[in-house]
Design a binder for this molecule. Structure first.
Ligand code: IPE
Ligand code: IPE
Ligand code: MG
Length: 240
C-alpha cells in the first residue's frame, strides 16, 4: 500500500468523500441495499485508517444527507442501526485508531441514542490529533447555511453582533465546519458527477475527482489515484 511513486508529493491536508454507490454494489450481487451499506462501512474504516497512515489531517465523509430521508423506512432504519454499531465499535477501539470525530449536520432529527453516541464519540476522541474525521449525518449544505444564518441572526437580535460586521470568515464560524480548513480535494466514487448538497460553501475552490468505482470497492489505490489527479491540477484561485 506504499505510495511509492508519489512519496515526495504532499498529501492534501483535507480530503472530503461522498461515499456513494452502496446500493448499486448490493444490487449487482443480488443483496439487500443494507448489505451495501455494511460493506461501505468497512470501506470507510479502511480508508480512514489509510488517511491516517499517509498523513491526511482532515477527512470529511458524507454518510447520510438531509435528502436521504426520502428512502424506504426499512433502508433508513437499517442505516441508523449500522451507524449505532459503528459508533459503538469506534468507541471501543478508540485508543488504537487515534481518530478524533466531529459530526456535521442537524443531529436533532436522529434518535436520542444515536445522538448520545455521537456526542460521546466527539468528546472522548477530542484528545486524538492524528486525523480528524468529520462525519456528515443528516447533513445538507443548504441546511447548514440556513442554520448558520439563523444563529447569526439570533446573535444580532441579542445585540451581540451587527449585520454590517459580518465577513466571510465570521460566517464560517457559524457553520458546522467552524475551524476546519476547506477541503483541497473532494472525491465522489460511483460515477455520479454532482455534489448532492455536500459542502457547497467549503468546496467553493476545491478540486473535484469523480471516479467510476462503487464505494464498497474503493481501495487505498483509488485514493492514491485521486491524489495524483489532484497534483496534476493547476489551482489558480482566480489568479493567473
Ligand atoms: C451511498 O450509497 C450511501 C447513502 C446515501 C446513505 P447509495 O445508497 O446512495 O448507493 P447507490 O447510489 O444507490 O448505488
Ligand atoms: C449523496 O448520495 C449522499 C451520501 C452519499 C450520503 P445520494 O446517493 O443520496 O445522492 P444522489 O441522490 O445520487 O444525488
Ligand atoms: Mg447514491
Amino acid at each position: 500500500m506504499a505510495r511509492s511513486d508519489q512519496q515526495t508529493l504532499p498529501v492534501p491536508r483535507h480530503i472530503a468523500i461522498i461515499m456513494d454507490g452502496n446500493g448499486r454494489w448490493a444490487r449487482e450481487r443480488g443483496l439487500p441495499r443494507t448489505a451495501g451499506h455494511k460493506a461501505g462501512g468497512e470501506t470507510f474504516r479502511r480508508i480512514a485508517d489509510y488517511c491516517r497512515q499517509i498523513g491526511v489531517k482532515y477527512l470529511t465523509v458524507y454518510a447520510f444527507s438531509t435528502e436521504n430521508w426520502k428512502r424506504s423506512q426499512e433502508e433508513i432504519s437499517g442505516l441508523m442501526l449500522l451507524l449505532e454499531r459503528y459508533l459503538r465499535e469506534g468507541l471501543r477501539d478508540m485508543d488504537k485508531n487515534g481518530v478524533s470525530f466531529r459530526f456535521f449536520g442537524d443531529l436533532s432529527r436522529l434518535s436520542p441514542k444515536l445522538r448520545r453516541l455521537c456526542e460521546e464519540a466527539r468528546a472522548r476522541s477530542s484528545v486524538f490529533h492524528d486525523v480528524q474525521v468529520n462525519f456528515c449525518l443528516n447533513y445538507g449544505g443548504r441546511d447548514e447555511i440556513v442554520r448558520a444564518a439563523r444563529a447569526f441572526a439570533a446573535d444580532v437580535a441579542a445585540g451581540k453582533r451587527t449585520p454590517e460586521s459580518l465577513t466571510e470568515g465570521d460566517f464560517e464560524s457559524y457553520l458546522d465546519s467552524a475551524g476546519v480548513p476547506d477541503p483541497e480535494l473532494v472525491i465522489r466514487p460511483s460515477g455520479e458527477q454532482r455534489l448532492s448538497n455536500f459542502l457547497p460553501w467549503q468546496s467553493a475552490y476545491s478540486e473535484f475527482v469523480f471516479m467510476d468505482v462503487l464505494w464498497p470497492d474503493f481501495e487505498p489505490k483509488h485514493l492514491d489515484a485521486a491524489i495524483e489527479e489532484y497534483h496534476r491540477r493547476d489551482r489558480r484561485f482566480g489568479g493567473t
